[in-house]
Design a protein around this ligand. Structure first.
Ligand code: NZQ
Ligand code: ZN
Length: 389
C-alpha cells in the first residue's frame, strides 16, 4: 500500500426528512447564499423544504447554474456576495451546482498573486487557494461525490477543467434519497455510471496490495451493478432502498476513502471531459464510451487488476487469462447498455474525423501523460478514441 493522509470532515446527514437539519448546520447569524440550478428543485418540492428550514436565517438566492457549470455564470454570483456580505454558501442540486458553488466560494475570497490575477487563475494556473467561504450541500443527484470531496469542474469557452482544494470541501451534506425520485431515467443512469467509473479509476490500475481499498471498491461496483438497473425498472424505480444504496455508493465512490493509498488512473475522465467540452455530451456518457476502450488499449498494463476485477466483481473463473479479461470487458459494456448509456463514439454520431480535435484539445490542456503510469500520451489517447469508434 502507498503512504497516505486521509481526512474527510464533511458531516453526512443521510435519509428521508434530513433537509431540515440545515437549520442547525448553518450558523444562525450567517448570511447565506442559496445556490441552485435550472429549477428542478422548485418542481420537486426541495426548494420549499429548504426555504422552510431557512426561515430563521438571512438568505439570498442565486440560480441558473447550468449542467457543466460555466465560469461566466458563476462569476455573476460575486456581485450579490459583495453587495450583501454573504458569508455562507448553500448548494442545492446535482454535481454541477455543488461544483459551481465551490468555485463561487473560492472566487469570493481569491486574492491572486498580482493585480492582473482573476479567479480563472484558480483553474487555468491552478493558483493556490488559501481560503474560501464555508459551504454546505443538499444533494439532489447521486453521481459525482462532489457533496463530500474538494473537487470541482468548471467550463470556460468549451474548456472543461478541474480544480481541487480542501477549502471547498462541503462542511456538511444532506443526502435524502427521496429527492432523487424526480430524476429522469437519463439522470439516474448517468449517476450510476459516473459512480461506477469513479470506482474503476481508483481500482483498475496495478496492485499495491491495498486490500481494504480493493474490497471496498469491488463492493461498490457490485452494488451499482445490482441496484442501477433496478432504479430504471418500472416495478422498482421508486424503491427508496434502491435509491438509498445508489446514493450512498456514489458518495463513497469519490469521498477520498477508496483512493487513499492506491494508484489512480483518471484517463477516462480527462478524455471524457474533451468530449463534453467539444460536443456537449453528458459527463457520464463520455465515460461509458471511453472506459471500455481504455480497458482494451491498456490491457497489458492493467492485466493483474483486470483479472481480479473479472473474478471478484463478475465471478468469472473459467477460461484462460485473455478469455476472462475479454469477458469482463464485455460484461462492463453490457452493464452500460443495460443502463442505457452509449458505449461507442458512433452511438453519439461521432466518427474518426472528430478525433483530431479532441487530441488537439487534450494537448492544449497539457493532458499528454495520463493514467496511473503517466504513459497515455496523445498517441495512446488517439488509439483509445479510435478503439471507441
Ligand atoms: O439544474 P436543475 O434544474 O437542478 O436540473 C438538473 C440538471 O439539468 C437535473 N437534476 C438534478 N437533480 C434533480 C434533477 N432533476 C430532477 N430531479 C432532481 N432531483 O439534472 C441535470 C444534471 O445535473 P448535473 O448537476 O449536471 O449532474 P451531475 O450530478 O451528474 O453533475 C455533473 C457535473 O459534475 C462534474 C461533471 O464534470 C459535470 O460538470 N463532476 C464533478 C466531480 C467532482 N466534483 O468530484 C467528479 C465527476 O467526475 C464529474 O467530473
Ligand atoms: Zn465523473
Amino acid at each position: 500500500m502507498l503512504n497516505f493522509n486521509f481526512q474527510n470532515p464533511t458531516k453526512i446527514n443521510f435519509g428521508e426528512g434530513q433537509i431540515e437539519v440545515i437549520a442547525k448546520e448553518i450558523p444562525a447569524d450567517a448570511k447565506v447564499l442559496l445556490v441552485y440550478g435550472g429549477g428542478s428543485i422548485k418542481s420537486n418540492g426541495v426548494y420549499q423544504q429548504v426555504i422552510d428550514a431557512l426561515a430563521e436565517h438571512t438568505y439570498f438566492e442565486f440560480s441558473g447554474i447550468e449542467p457543466n457549470p460555466k465560469y461566466d455564470t458563476l462569476m455573476k454570483a460575486q456581485e450579490i456576495i459583495k453587495a450583501e456580505n454573504i458569508d455562507y454558501i448553500l448548494a442545492v442540486g446535482g454535481g454541477s451546482v455543488v461544483d459551481g458553488a465551490k468555485f463561487i466560494a473560492a472566487a469570493a475570497l481569491f486574492e491572486g498573486s498580482s493585480e492582473n490575477s482573476e479567479p480563472w487563475d484558480i483553474i487555468a494556473k491552478q493558483a493556490p487557494i488559501t481560503k474560501a467561504l464555508p459551504l454546505g450541500a443538499i444533494l439532489t443527484l447521486p453521481a459525482t461525490g462532489s457533496e463530500s470531496n474538494g473537487n470541482s469542474v468548471v467550463t470556460r469557452d468549451g474548456n472543461k477543467r478541474p480544480f481541487s482544494s480542501p477549502f471547498v470541501r462541503p462542511l456538511f451534506a444532506v443526502l435524502d434519497p427521496t429527492v432523487t425520485l424526480s430524476l429522469s431515467d437519463r439522470q439516474v443512469s448517468n449517476g450510476v455510471v459516473d459512480a461506477f467509473v469513479h470506482t474503476i479509476e481508483q481500482y483498475l490500475t496495478y496492485s499495491v496490495n491495498g486490500k481494504v481499498q480493493d474490497r471496498f471498491s469491488e463492493g461498490l461496483l457490485q452494488i451499482l451493478i445490482e441496484e442501477g438497473p433496478k432504479a430504471l425498472a418500472t416495478e422498482t424505480k421508486d424503491d427508496l432502498e434502491v435509491r438509498a444504496n445508489i446514493m450512498w455508493s456514489a458518495t463513497m465512490a469519490l469521498n477520498g476513502l477508496i483512493g487513499a493509498g492506491v494508484p489512480q488512473d483518471w484517463s477516462t475522465h480527462m478524455i471524457g471531459h474533451e468530449l463534453t467540452g467539444a460536443h456537449g455530451i453528458d459527463h457520464a456518457r463520455t465515460l461509458s464510451i471511453v472506459l471500455p476502450a481504455v480497458m482494451k488499449v491498456k490491457r497489458e498494463q492493467k492485466r493483474g487488476k483486470l483479472l481480479q476485477y473479472a473474478e471478484r466483481v463478475w465471478n468469472i473463473t473459467e477460461g484462460d487469462e485473455d478469455v476472462r479479461i475479454d469477458k469482463a470487458i464485455k460484461l462492463t459494456e453490457d452493464f452500460f447498455k443495460t443502463m442505457q448509456v452509449p458505449t461507442r463514439l458512433s452511438d453519439v454520431d461521432l466518427g474518426s474525423d472528430d478525433i483530431e480535435l479532441l487530441i488537439t484539445n487534450l494537448e492544449s490542456q497539457g493532458m499528454t501523460a495520463l493514467g496511473e503510469h503517466g504513459d497515455i500520451t496523445l498517441e495512446v489517447s488517439r488509439e483509445i478514441l479510435t478503439q471507441a469508434l
